[in-house]
Design a binder for this molecule. Structure first.
Ligand code: GTP
Ligand code: MG
Length: 284
């Protein structure tokens, strides 16, 4: 599936990130726990070389703990600091703040030795809709930023004071510039990080079916009363449309509506807690 997923304003957004990084001491890199690999942005990774980074695996409530543990292990073995979070809950607040303090301890101590009380500036970044603004609100314990379940909610940058010596910068979601990796684009689209305006929803639904078929993910078959996933993706789409009675007219099925139903089921966990970037893909 070809997705023209790099809208013009993204170039501007990436330039803004480059600019903001000049005043940042560290990065809070918000990844979606379902797509820990696909929600990395290689262009952004290059920009932040040399800065301390805390990787936040957000929406951890949407995947199985055991699946997430493989990614945590992988990051930790590589010496990367990471923490799994559900930003909608306040339960993770203290842990993230303590990890953030740990990340910046060398810097704070360096300044303290000079008698300076350093204010740490952390840039909160990630692809659209990963929960950056929600995380900031969670850390602050109050609604300081605008959030919403669609990509592109945060427009400009916004500094938020977390404590007397920590400031957080909320930024608009940014996508990787190249679309050399179609799988990445598809997965980001599946979780809702790419604006619907640039997507062919029926085609995306078919990609979702391909994904579940390839993993032979049986809860998918169960959800739609299919006896197996041993059919062509289009056949599966057709069966689901028929079972649901999604008709365009008396001769044609409504595949777009079918696709939307599948994606909605995926995003609302009605297909279970599905990790799209599975642990067996860690080292690929
Ligand atoms: N289940 C779950 N939902 C979350 C979590 N964090 C955020 N959300 C939801 O995800 C949606 C997007 O959250 P935002 O904070 O607006 O995401 P963002 O990364 O700031 O998005 P942009 O500003 O558009 O780039 C909202 O509906 C949030 O309620 C989480 O940890 N778990
Ligand atoms: Mg936001």
């Amino acid at each position: 599936m070809y997705i023209q997923w790099y809208p013009g304003h993204m170039t501007k957004a990436m330039r803004m990130m480059q600019d903001s990084l000049k005043t940042a001491d560290c990065v809070i890199y918000v990844l979606d726990a379902r797509v820990i690999r696909s929600s990395r942005n290689p262009a952004f990774d290059k920009m932040i070389k040399g800065l301390p980074v805390l990787y936040v695996f957000n929406k951890s409530d949407m995947v199985e703990k055991a699946d997430l543990a493989s990614w945590e292990k992988y990051y930790r073995e590589r010496g990367e600091k990471c923490v799994s979070v559900n930003s909608v809950s306040s339960a993770f607040r203290a842990e993230v703040i303590s990890k953030l303090a740990e990340l910046n301890r060398p810097l704070i101590e360096k300044y303290r030795n000079k008698g300076v009380n350093k204010t740490v500036r952390a840039i909160v970044a990630g692809v659209p809709n990963t929960g950056k603004s929600t995380l900031i609100n969670c850390l602050c314990g109050s609604k300081r930023t605008v959030t919403g379940n669609r990509p592109g909610v945060t427009r400009g940058k916004q500094w938020v004071k977390l404590a007397s010596n920590i400031e957080l910068l909320d930024t608009p979601g940014t996508l990787p510039p190249a679309f050399d990796d179609e799988e990445r684009a598809v997965r980001l689209a599946m979780i809702g990080s790419i604006k619907e305006e640039v997507l062919d929803m029926a085609e995306l639904g078919l990609e979702a079916i391909r994904f579940f078929k390839q993993k032979n993910y049986l809860p998918f078959a169960e959800r739609y009363f299919l006896d197996s996933l041993e059919y062509e993706p289009m056949e599966i789409m057709d069966k689901i449309a028929k079972k649901r009675g999604y008709l365009l007219n008396k001769d044609n099925m409504d595949y777009e509506r079918t696709a939307r139903a599948i994606l909605d089921d995926l995003r609302k966990l009605r297909l279970g807690r599905v990790m799209l970037d599975t642990a067996d893909e860690i080292d690929v």
